[in-house]
Design a protein around this ligand. Structure first.
Ligand code: SF4
Ligand code: MG
Length: 321
């Protein structure tokens, strides 16, 4: 669960009057067992920042992230940190960068099993069986042959499967997947998404799926959160939002869906250029510069949250009650 998370970064101040950038502003969310939450937005929308804060790669400037009711910033003891990292795992965009080219696949799966004491120390046979079993579970067959290979001998999709096998190996409860398929060929994306869907339903994992592609979000996530320059602009039930988008930015994203190869950027270019830089002093609605419905109020006042349905929220002055 995230509560009112704010994250500011120092940016190189040469070109900018403001040395700080606000990557997240008042971000709150809840994640559940066996449920997926997709965070959708363009690059620069602050989606990865959220995942990295959950992964404890950096701390929020304010607000808190709770895991089983505990503020993760208070997790300091080495053994507690290990437990947290076991429970909350990350899958990166680049499946190659996350694997060590000098070690074979066996080593990649065996290592987390040993570190997190998922096998009896010294029991080679048990370790082998676990590794082969995991490879089989993620569809890397025959497992023995795959285990003997090195990362460069696998396709991008297979490498991403190795990463997912490592998440399963340690019994992850939460998987943070940052554009896990964006570097894969379109033809193998579905297989990797299917596997993540399976991990969610069968292993009761909670999935945070970060993407710029609202179509895949729909496939894998029950909850959707649309972000624009660090702000949640619309969130709630994925199907409801896709069928009845209410924020002007979400409408734009959804209208781009029939042709996902057309990037959001091309769609938006005709409509006022660049993503603004948000600073701690910025005012108004982050989307005001691009919004066809903007009024003077939109540039002065950050819209509040309007509840449209049980699980559907929006931040836009058009919906102020
Ligand atoms: Fe557009 Fe104003 Fe709504 Fe922002 S608050 S999305 S600028 S109408
Ligand atoms: Mg990113």
């Amino acid at each position: 669960e995230g509560k009112n998370i704010v994250k500011d970064f120092k940016v190189s101040s040469n070109a900018l009057k403001q040395p700080m950038m606000r990557a997240s502003n008042d971000v709150s969310f809840k994640m559940y067992k066996s449920r997926g939450m997709a965070v959708v937005g363009e690059s620069g929308s602050g989606k990865s920042t959220i995942a990295k804060m959950i992964a404890k790669m950096y701390a929020p400037t304010s607000g808190e992230i709770l895991y089983r009711g505990r503020d993760i910033q208070s997790i300091k003891k080495h053994s507690d940190l290990m437990k947290y990292r076991e429970g909350v795992q990350m899958v990166w965009q680049d499946p190659f960068g996350s694997l060590n080219p000098t070690h074979n696949i066996f080593h990649h799966i065996a290592r987390p099993l040993k570190i997190h004491k998922k096998v009896t120390p010294g029991n080679k046979k048990e370790l082998e069986e676990r590794v082969y079993d995991l490879l089989e579970q993620v569809g890397l067959i025959p497992p023995k042959e795959t285990a003997a290979k090195y990362p460069h001998q696998l396709s991008g999709g297979q490498r991403q499967r190795v990463n997912l096998a490592r998440n399963i190996a340690v019994g992850a409860e939460v998987v943070l997947a940052d554009e896990p398929t964006s570097m894969l060929d379109v033809s193998i994306r579905a297989g990797v998404l299917n596997l993540m869907e399976e991990m969610k339903t069968e292993r009761e994992m909670s999935l945070l799926y970060i993407t710029h592609d609202i179509a895949t979000a729909r496939y894998i996530a029950e909850d959707l959160c649309v972000m624009y320059v660090g702000h949640m602009v619309e969130w709630g039930d994925t199907d409801e939002i896709i069928h009845r988008p209410q924020h002007p930015y979400t409408k734009l994203l959804v209208s781009a869906v029939p042709d996902p190869s057309k990037s959001i950027h091309t769609k938006l270019e005709g409509n006022n250029g660049d993503i603004p830089l948000w600073t701690p002093d910025s005012l108004g609605c982050p989307f005001a510069g691009r919004c066809l419905h903007a009024t003077p109020r939109c540039s002065d006042e950050l819209p509040g949250v309007t509840k449209l349905a049980d699980n559907h929220f929006v931040r836009c002055h058009l919906h102020d009650q």
